[in-house]
Design a protein around this ligand. Structure first.
Ligand code: OOB
Length: 524
């Protein structure tokens, strides 16, 4: 059943998830469960205890209410790894206004669309990111409130949202608590509604599987707004178990290693390119990173050979994580045999996760064979937000989400990711929808047709290659020219092609679609 763009779980599953204890009444705003005097958050110069973080969130929540924000509103949040992000997130979920979590790298093309699609009432951003001024963009957005963490100029300063705490008529556990962004396979990104109860289960169950305790010191190097760093178990999983979160501005060893040494960090979640960088960096960095106990690696496939090196080179355990903002999470377990930890991308988090591996006709493959992974469960979405046509394709009639990932399953239940069916590039964990980039390229005056493919890359896994057919009267643009063009269109830079090729025609499949496989083989 879909109400206001949000598709609920059917009644029988709702009853089951409640009866079996997956869904509780706990809310995202109540995840701060550490000792009040203990350090909850370290971010730059900020060091906040649980009591201080709780009080800041309560005061900001009152500030949001005083500006007229209410339960059921949407607020686009685009903040880097700062205390402001954490406090704003907690404050919004407490009043039941759902944050729409954009990444700092997004630009006007993505942000304007997110504001429109979600009918956001407010947009919260930093003042700048290097040369880029978020405020200039923010002034043109269709929102009532622009709130800036930093130098706000004439706009509202995040720090001014500070009022004495008031009783809050909070959200229901079945309300949408937060909207995550999908990696996307279509022209425009999709929004993933995550309810309080499904996301609380997601983060609590993850914290348990990953052995988080009050002694956990979790270093955040990925954007905290990404599901992996936020709730798998991430920042929220740490808070729910009473540990300490340390925010790093990036995954560069120059930023991360000194923080590991200084704060004695025990856990960190990274994408494969960062893991590879760290494996090299230990030879030239001289910080003591011996406090590290667990390195979670996910977002893209991590090669078995590299995973095998982690314990010796970095002195910690490795865990593979195959997850998606849509829901399903697979983790290798801390007590899994080494072989499974190195060779597989883990097994489903929950006993209630249902998975099917199917062939092109939707028929279940034989055990051990490769097929597309379909899934449903207590924390996997039943529909993208306000996207009925896309949902008709992305879900089976019985509510399984079609992941577009090709996997095979071992008798132990562990999955090995073998490839992808979706028209997406996975650039070191960053997802790029081929169609979205193609549409931007097609807007270039010299471009007659465009097709985007991933090409293998030792560091990133894949890089983005754009094939262009140039108009007869057109001049072939250079790669820097294309990047400038995409920048003026307000596209996030991680979606820019790494490589440009021209073609006279595109190879076609028997049904007349562009054969991306044949195209990719031209550049390998
Ligand atoms: C994570 O989430 P998203 O939403 O950015 O991307 C999901 C997609 C998956 O469908 C799959 O194609 C790919 O990313 N992926 C992996 C992978 N982890 C994700 N492919 C191969 N091996 C892996 N280990 O990327 C995400 C969300 C939560 C936790 C971890 C990652």
């Amino acid at each position: 059943m879909t109400v206001d763009g949000f598709t609920r779980w059917p009644d029988d599953l709702e009853a089951r998830y409640k009866a079996e204890g997956y869904w509780t009444d706990r809310l995202l705003g109540d995840v701060l469960r550490g000792d009040p005097a203990k350090t909850a958050l370290i971010a730059g110069e900020d060091r906040l205890t649980y009591a201080e973080l709780d009080s800041r969130a309560a005061r900001m929540a009152a500030g949001f209410l005083s500006r007229g924000l209410r339960r059921g509103d949407r607020v686009v949040v685009q903040l880097p790894n700062t205390a402001g992000f954490v406090v704003a997130f907690l404050a919004l979920v407490r009043i039941g206004a759902a944050p729409v979590l954009a990444l700092p790298a997004h630009r006007e093309s993505e942000i304007r669309y997110l504001c429109e699609l979600s009918e956001a009432r407010a947009y919260i951003c930093a003042d700048r990111d290097g040369d880029f001024d978020y405020r200039t963009m923010a002034r043109t957005l269709p929102v009532e409130h622009v709130i800036v963490d930093g130098e706000a100029e004439e706009l509202t300063a995040l720090s001014s949202l500070d009022a004495d705490p008031v009783p809050i008529d909070g959200p229901a556990p079945s309300d949408v608590g937060v909207f995550l962004l999908s990696g996307g396979t279509t022209g425009l990104p999709k929004l993933i509604p995550r309810t309080h109860r499904d996301y609380v289960y997601n983060l609590e169950a993850s914290a348990e599987v990953c052995g988080f305790t009050p002694s956990t010191v979790y270093l955040v190097v990925l954007p905290a707004a990404h599901n992996f760093a936020l709730a798998c178990p991430g920042v929220l999983g740490v808070f729910s178990t009473g540990g300490t979160v340390v925010l790093s501005p990036s995954g560069s060893p120059d930023d991360a290693f000194p923080l590991i040494e200084r704060e004695r960090a025990t856990v960190c979640a990274v994408v494969p390119p960062i893991a590879l960088l760290w494996l090299d960096a230990v030879t030239w960095q001289d910080e003591d990173i011996s406090s590290l106990e667990l390195l979670q690696v996910g977002g893209a496939k991590f090669a078995a050979e590299r995973a095998a090196e982690v314990p010796d080179v970095l002195g910690c355990q490795v865990q593979q994580v195959f997850g998606m903002a849509e829901g399903l999470l697979n983790y290798t377990r801390l007590d899994d045999p080494r072989d499974l930890v190195e060779r597989t991308q883990g097994r489903p988090l929950s006993p209630a996760d249902e998975i099917r591996i199917v062939d092109e006709d939707g028929k279940q493959v034989s055990p051990g064979d490769v097929g597309e992974l379909l899934t449903r469960g207590p924390y996997t979405l039943r529909g993208y937000y306000r996207a009925p046509e896309h949902n008709a394709r992305s879900f089976t009639p019985d509510g399984y989400y079609r992941t577009g990932d090709l996997v095979r399953q071992l008798p132990s239940g562990h999955l090995i990711v073998e490839g992808r069916e979706k028209d997406q590039i996975n650039r070191g964990g960053d997802k790029i929808s081929a169609e979205e980039l193609e549409n931007h390229l097609l807007a270039h005056p010299a471009v007659h047709d465009a097709a985007v493919v991933g090409v293998p890359d030792p560091m990133m896994g894949e890089r983005t290659c754009a094939f262009l057919i140039i108009r007869e009267d057109g001049k072939t643009p250079t790669l820097p020219e294309i990047k400038d063009f995409l920048r003026t269109r307000g596209l996030a830079a991680y979606k820019f092609p790494d490589r440009l090729e021209t073609a006279d025609t595109f190879p076609r499949t028997p049904v007349g679609k562009i054969s991306k496989k044949a195209l990719a083989s031209r550049v390998q």
